[in-house]
Design a binder for this molecule. Structure first.
Ligand SMILES: Nc1nc2c(c(=O)[nH]1)N[C@H]1C(S)=C(S)[C@@H](COP(=O)(O)OP(=O)(O)OC[C@H]3O[C@@H](n4cnc5c(=O)[nH]c(N)nc54)[C@H](O)[C@@H]3O)O[C@H]1N2
Ligand SMILES: Nc1nc2c(c(=O)[nH]1)N[C@H]1C(S)=C(S)[C@@H](COP(=O)(O)OP(=O)(O)OC[C@H]3O[C@@H](n4cnc5c(=O)[nH]c(N)nc54)[C@H](O)[C@@H]3O)O[C@H]1N2
Ligand code: SF4
Ligand SMILES: [Mo]
Length: 754
């Protein structure tokens, strides 16, 4: 079995996508023939959702491909003395297989966990990982979603049964809660859409953020609350809706259950007190609520400002009450339930008591993911069921998760760590084996961040460059591990290849048979890769898994797939797949009618009463908010998205045109109290650690609130560190009471001048 060979033609504009945030804007790249440098990058007008739009960051993508990115080129194995040595692929994969099998036999496959599987631009490799996990009996997995989105997923499952997104393109009123789309995006063409809303007198924007962000500057109502008091503010907003009777009674009677419990709880809320705790003007809160209640359509988006903060799961719940009590669902400009090529966050709506848990720390498993903050708890123990091996793919948990020091200790305590990455990351440095893969521009790639509505799209990107010799893409690594473990092999492939010889329809029937086979069902990605894969044109074997996804998409959403032009019946999915393969700029995959959102809820009514969470809301009035910690009187937002941050996708720090060190931002009042001016260096300390940074004094922050950018603090192999390594300052215990997501936006801190 040989690796896939891909040959790319050089010297022409080629379509691809930006890999720096979930929007994955279409781009076109002019690759310099001899050097492989990205000489020019521009927005791709043919991309169905970005339509030529990019932000400033996409233009710097050469830093990912060709920058000082500490690329690994050959598999590495750790020696007894801690250093790495080069090994060939057969040695690396055979040894990894033997060691995983031994752990499985001695301690059960549950002792092996998988972390990652894709960042902002690459999910294709991760789509093969479930097969590899099944081959070794591994059951537990996690990724970055379990340090930000699992609370919202759980709430959506309880209330609606499905996750949802929001339509800012068409809304009359936009609400952003702990979200700064001007910098972080989160929906297509964000900066343009924000500006359109701002300049249209018939539309309004409400921003709830302690910082006067670029988005808040464009808002009609900026509720500049005290950090960490969001539950008070969103509860006050819902209370105003109820107490001023601004709710949509007809819609609620038709579509929802549980209104009485919510109304009763909200009648008790003393809006004035909540606004006082949050230090926001009550009249402004009431005016904002009246504005949204009067609107034809309201779209709401919450993000890290609340999802990495106190009471995050409860805030997600009350946020949804704002748009549900006003009937803003399944209409243009409101919230919708998306379709897509792969099912995402399909939770069953279990109560917290029913939610499955990890074996050691009892942490809740939501959307199949256990909380990132629990990783050390699951390892640093002598519990017989502790994790003993980690396979990390396309992620840098030792750097990106809370409490880097404890995370490092946990990874060192494992019997086996395998890291699949392009670069020698902080996590790779803790590995026993490091497996190098081609970059996202040297292979077929795609994301499953396809959330648009009513027309949804999918973008399979073709390689812009040939992969370097000696590297294997993720699908090949997973397939080989499955084969070495003896989970799957020629005997399984042969009948499928034979069916494929008779055509795709016969192949589809044969694959349906596999789905009914307990042993093989979980290995489907690898079966597709090894049978259909080699028959795909231009070395597109990695796309094979999308054939299965396309068929399932057509089965689940036949109307949307038919309206997008792929016909109906079993082979509609096959036609959809062919369009994805051929459509280098991205293609429309489904075209939904507006009632599709309702159809996706089945015959379920919307559940407004989530008792576990409503209880917290009821108790909130009596809760005395914790005052500042005398030793750490400031609140640090540890990880703000700025013009020059992009998680840790760029390891080369020189991509930052501005603010290369990542300044600590603080208000003029705090700076005056500490006699600080912009450019001074300070030490910022938390209960966990301290770091040095330059200060930027700004008029956009509240007194008592400071912020540092995310994605900095990477260390090169020669020891140079640029910017603050944020998670040296955070602790894994500071996490949501329900789902365990971290409080990175609420880190008590102190600052001293150096
Ligand atoms: N430029 C850039 N864009 C990115 C990324 C990147 O690294 N750089 N990363 C991508 C990723 S992975 C994600 S998850 C998204 C995240 O996107 P966002 O969530 O929008 O990003 P943040 O800047 O972390 O936080 C959003 C806002 O929360 C506010 N905030 C802080 N504390 C509080 C609080 O107590 N209450 C409220 N209401 N707000 C608060 C901050 O002031 C900030 O404006 O961005 C994506 N886009
Ligand atoms: N304190 C604090 N911590 C945070 C945050 C914060 O705001 N504050 N933000 C959090 C958030 S929202 C997120 S999403 C996480 C992100 O943190 P992670 O999930 O760790 O992801 P990235 O930083 O995007 O790192 C992506 C990794 O993928 C590698 N990579 C790139 N291309 C490929 C490829 O083609 N194949 C493979 N196998 N690997 C590749 C890169 O080298 C890099 O190591 O960080 C979180 N950490
Ligand atoms: S970082 Fe900018 S260009 Fe890249 S996908 Fe996100 S919004 Fe688009
Ligand atoms: Mo994220």
């Amino acid at each position: 079995m040989s690796e896939v060979t891909i040959t790319t033609e050089q010297g022409a504009w080629k379509p691809s996508a930006c890999i720096l945030c979930e929007c994955n804007c279409g781009i076109e790249v002019l690759v310099e023939p001899d050097t492989g440098r990205f000489a020019k990058i521009r927005g791709d007008k043919l991309h169905p959702s970005s339509e030529g739009y990019t932000c400033n960051k996409a233009l710097r993508l050469d830093a990912y491909q060709n920058g000082r990115n500490e690329r690994i080129t050959v598999p590495l194995r750790r020696r007894g003395d801690g250093s790495f040595e080069e090994v060939d692929w057969d040695t690396a994969l055979t040894e990894i297989t033997e060691r995983l099998e031994r752990l499985r036999d001695e301690h059960g496959g549950e002792s092996i966990f998988y972390y990652g599987g894709g960042g902002q631009g690459n999910h294709l490799g991760g789509a093969y990982a479930p097969a590899m996990m099944a081959a070794f009996g591994a059951r537990y997995r996690s990724n970055a979603l379990a340090q930000e989105k699992t609370g919202e997923f759980w709430v959506s499952a309880r209330m609606l049964g499905r996750p949802h997104r929001s339509d800012f393109e068409r809304c009359e009123v936009a609400v952003f809660l702990g979200k700064n789309p001007y910098q972080s995006h989160g929906f297509p063409r964000a900066r343009s859409v924000l500006k359109e809303i701002a300049k249209d007198p018939a539309r309004s924007m409400i921003v709830i953020d302690p910082v006067r962000t670029e988005t808040a500057e464009l808002a009609d109502f900026h509720l500049q609350l005290r950090p960490g008091t969001d539950l008070h503010v969103v509860t006050a907003m819902v209370a105003v809706l109820v107490q001023e009777d601004l709710i949509d009674h007809v819609w609620l009677a038709e579509h929802t259950d549980g209104l009485d419990a919510v109304v009763a709880a909200m009648r008790e809320v003393v809006v004035t007190d909540h606004c006082a705790v949050a230090d926001v003007d009550e009249d402004l809160v009431r005016a904002a609520v009246r504005r949204l209640a009067a609107a034809e359509s309201v779209a709401v988006l919450e993000d890290l400002g609340v999802q990495m903060n106190r009471h995050s799961t409860v805030v997600s719940y009350v946020e949804k009450l704002i748009w549900l009590l006003t009937g803003n669902f399944a209409k243009p400009g409101t919230q919708y339930v998306f379709s897509g090529l792969a099912p995402i966050a399909r939770d069953r709506g279990l109560t917290f008591d029913q939610t499955p848990r990890t074996r050691v720390s009892g942490a809740p498993i939501i959307s199949g993911l256990f909380p990132c903050n629990s990783i050390p708890d699951e390892i640093l123990t002598d519990h017989p069921d502790r994790f003993r091996a980690a396979i990390v793919e396309s992620s840098n948990p030792v750097h990106s998760l809370a409490d880097s020091e404890r995370m490092t200790e946990a990874f060192r305590a494992l019997d086996l760590v395998v890291v699949i990455d392009i670069a020698m990351t902080e996590t790779a440095r803790e590995a026993d084996y490091v497996l190098p893969t081609p970059t996202q521009f040297e292979k077929y790639e795609a994301t499953f961040f396809d959330f648009e509505f009513p027309r949804n799209l999918f973008h399979l990107r073709r390689p812009l460059l040939d992969p370097p010799a000696g590297q294997l893409a993720e699908p090949e690594i997973h397939a080989r591990l499955c084969e070495l473990a003896g989970a799957v092999g020629e005997a399984d492939y042969a009948p499928l290849r034979e069916a494929l010889g008779q055509g795709r329809e016969a192949f589809a029937h044969a694959m349906m048979g596999v789905l009914g086979d307990r042993r093989l069902a979980k290995l489907v990605p690898v079966l597709l890769y090894r049978t259909l894969g080699p028959t795909l044109p231009d070395g597109a074997a990695a796309a094979a898994v999308l054939w299965g996804a396309s068929l399932l998409c057509a089965i689940e959403n036949p109307a949307g797939v038919a309206r997008a032009g792929y016909g109906d019946g079993l082979m509609a999915g096959d036609r959809l797949f062919e369009a994805i393969l051929a459509g280098a700029h991205g293609v429309v995959i489904t075209d939904d009618e507006y009632d599709a959102s309702w159809k996706r809820l089945g015959d379920r009514r919307v559940q407004l009463d989530v008792p576990e969470l409503l209880d917290v809301v009821r108790r909130l009035g009596a809760e005395t908010p914790a005052g500042p910690d005398p030793d750490y009187p400031l609140v640090l937002a540890a990880g703000e998205r700025r013009a020059f941050t992009a998680n840790t996708i760029f390891r080369d720090p020189t991509w930052r045109r501005r603010d290369p060190q990542g300044a600590l931002r603080m208000s003029q009042a705090d700076a005056a109290a500490l006699s600080l001016a912009t450019g001074d260096r300070v030490r910022v300390s938390t209960r966990r650690g301290s770091a040095e940074a330059p200060v930027e004094v700004v008029d956009t922050m509240r007194q008592g609130h400071i912020s540092l950018p995310n994605g900095l603090g990477l260390t090169s192999q020669d020891g140079e560190q640029v910017g603050v390594r944020l998670n040296n300052l955070t602790v894994s215990e500071d996490r949501d009471e329900f789902v365990g997501t971290p409080w990175h936006k609420f880190v008590p801190a102190s600052v001293e001048k150096l």
